[in-house]
Design a protein around this ligand. Sequence first.
Ligand code: ITT
Length: 196
Amino acid sequence: MKLVLATRNLGKVKELTTMLDTANKHQNIQILSLQDFPDAPEVIEDRDTYQENAAKKATVIADWTGHRTLADDAGLEVDALDGAPGVHSKRWAGEDATDAIRIQKLLEAIEGAASRKARFVAAIAIAEPNDSKSVKIVVGKCEGHITQTPAGESGFGYDPIFVPNGYEKTFAELGETIKNRISHRGEALRLALELL
Ligand code: ITT
C-alpha cells in the first residue's frame, strides 16, 4: 500500500516516517512524501480547525497524486494566551518567521503570566484519491508547560520550550524516541493506523 505524507515540514516528515517504519513491522506501507512530488500544489491552511486544515491538505494531495494521503495539522495552545497561537501556530509570528522568532515572541507574550500551561494538538487526516467523503480524521494531544528559556536541539518548532507533563525536560532535550512515544502526533498517528 502506498501512502503519501502531505507535508513540507521536514521535522514532521522525519517523525511520521520513523513512527510508520515501526508500524510497518505489522503492515506493508510504502511511504512517499512531497519530495517525491515536487510539483504538488501548495495547500493554503485557511480553515478554523486543525481537523479541517488536515482534511483539506489530505484531499487536495490525494487527488493530485492519485494515492492514499496522510496530512497533519498541528499547533501549540497556551492557556495564558487563551489558546493562541493554536491553529495559527505557523504564521502567528509573521509569514517568514523562523522557529527561533516564534519561540521568542511566545516567551515575551507570556512573560510574568500566572500560568504557563500549554498543550500540543495534532489532527491527522487520511484521504483516498477522488473520494472526498472518504476522509478520516483523528486528533492527538499532549499536555505540558512552557519553559522560561529554550533548551535542547532535537525536534522542530516549539519543541525547545515545551515540557510534557511527567517530565522535567523539553521535547527538544528528550529526543525523538520519547517524543514520538508521548506526543500529540504519536497519539494521532496510532489512532490513524487503526483506521488503515
Ligand atoms: P505542513 O507542511 O505539514 O503544513 P507546517 O510547518 O505548516 O507543515 P503546521 O501548520 O501543522 O505545520 O504546524 C504549525 C506550526 O506549529 C509548525 O510550524 C511548528 O512551529 C508548530 N508545531 C507543530 N507541531 C509541532 C511539534 O511536534 N513540535 C513543535 N512545534 C510544532
